[in-house]
Design a protein around this ligand. Structure first.
Ligand code: PMP
Ligand code: GLN
Length: 392
């Protein structure tokens, strides 16, 4: 067995191949170190809705401080079910199909753990959120990355077909997509359904940015695809909806048999999820008092794209969803993207994420990712600094 660093003579086993610190931690720390404006790690820099903060206070004050039921606070599960009926017209059973979790990252891990056994394979599309591969490997399975091609980052379905083997147990997809801002249309889901039709492959649909879709486009949820829904875990994060990433509350929607398998692990991983936060979220959903996050981010995306036009960065594709925009620095430098992102942080005071960090083999298209979930003044100050970047 491979071993990790030794401490007190103990050999800690390496459970996955990503031995470094995550890029989000690295770039946020570098931003702090250099006093840079942080457009790297994805989190909003503006306050949460007052009503939501008040509900959290009410919960703590009114005694909602003990363990919630293992699958989640019942009014929150009911509110989620009502919300999906309203927004997507899909019926979800609050008792047998919804599990509230400590964030979506946890839900993704738990779904993989429910499905994978040592020796299995799981396919992912790269660039990909950086927890997928370690999560697959922690379960003894092999991660099989299939590349998406810049600048559209559309799926090459022949490559996906070629990657499937008799050992393939799961495919994880992410729409709207971090980091590229691409979104799937109905046809993508139909093609996926065709490919997996005669297999036992399980789909993990990471839809954490489902409410962040721009310019009148629609997010197609796996839950709207009756055939795929039967074999899918759909995974969500309230952090992206209520601008409270630090609350770390997410949920998993899956058919009853899948939910049983998921909860079998969840009950011994965290058992349950923060009660006051669940109370507050149930109330904000039911009362519908928060401004829809899609509207908030649409304005920020438009504002940021308008400003960045004046800088030497090139936008090949405007983000269609998520709160990220990918940009090329082809007119500025031919440095590798990791080096460029560090240089930009150090020399120009703006932190971003190098897109190669979303690839296992560090494939480098010389792209960086900006997070535009920020106050207008933050975006303006960042772009003012970017104006000072010279062309080569
Ligand atoms: N998936 C993707 C694609 C993400 O960008 C994030 C954001 N961190 C997550 C999952 C995890 O969300 P959470 O913060 O709820 O764990
Ligand atoms: N999802 C966020 C991003 O992509 C950050 C998540 C994290 O820090 N792990 O920036």
């Amino acid at each position: 067995m491979e071993t990790g660093k030794k401490g007190f003579g103990i050999e800690f086993p390496l459970k996955h191949s990503a031995t470094g610190t995550t890029i989000f931690t690295v770039m946020s720390a570098l931003a702090t170190q250099h006093g840079a404006i942080n457009l790297s790690q994805g989190f909003p820099d503006f306050p949460i809705d007052d009503a939501l903060a008040q509900f959290l206070f009410d919960a703590a004050k009114n005694g909602f401080n003990q363990y919630a039921p293992m699958p989640g606070f019942p009014p929150l599960r009911q509110a989620i079910a009502a919300d999906f009926l309203k927004r997507y017209g899909v019926k979800v059973d609050a008792d047998t199909e919804i599990t509230v979790t400590p964030g979506a990252t946890y839900a993704i891990y738990t779904a993989f753990a429910a499905v994978l056994q040592p020796g299995d394979e799981a396919i992912l599309l790269e660039p990909a959120y950086d927890s997928y591969i370690p999560n697959i490997e922690m379960n003894g399975a092999k991660a099989v990355p299939v590349g998406l091609t810049a600048p559209d980052f559309q799926v090459d379905w022949n490559k996906v077909k070629e990657a499937i083997t008799p050992r393939t147990k799961a495919i994880i997809i992410n729409t709207p997509h971090n980091p590229t801002g691409a979104i799937w249309d109905q046809q993508d889901w139909d093609t996926l359904a065709e490919i997996v039709r005669d297999t036992n492959i399980v789909i993990l649909a990471d839809e954490v940015y489902e409410q962040l879709v721009f310019d009148g486009q629609k997010h197609y949820s796996v839950l709207e695809h009756p055939e795929l829904r039967e074999r899918s875990f759909a995974l969500y994060s309230f952090g992206k909806v209520y601008n409270n990433t630090g609350w770390k509350i997410g949920y998993c929607i899956a058919p009853p048999a899948f939910t049983v398998a998921f909860r079998r692990l969840h009950q011994f991983l965290s058992f349950t999820t923060n009660t006051p936060a669940q109370y507050a979220l149930a109330n904000i959903i039911e009362k519908g008092v928060a401004q829809p996050v899609g509207e908030v981010m649409q304005k920020k995306k438009d504002y940021f794209l308008d400003l960045i036009k004046e800088t030497p960065f090139t936008i090949h594709k405007a983000s269609k969803g998520s709160y990220f925009q990918v940009a090329s620095y082809e007119r500025i430098s031919d440095m590798p993207d990791m080096e460029f992102a560090q240089w930009l942080t150090r020399e120009h005071g703006v932190a971003t994420i190098p897109v190669s960090a979303f690839y296992q083999n560090k494939h480098d298209d010389h792209l960086i990712r900006f997070c535009f979930a920020k106050k207008e003044e933050t975006l303006k100050a960042a772009v003012d600094r970017l104006m000072g970047v010279g062309v080569r």
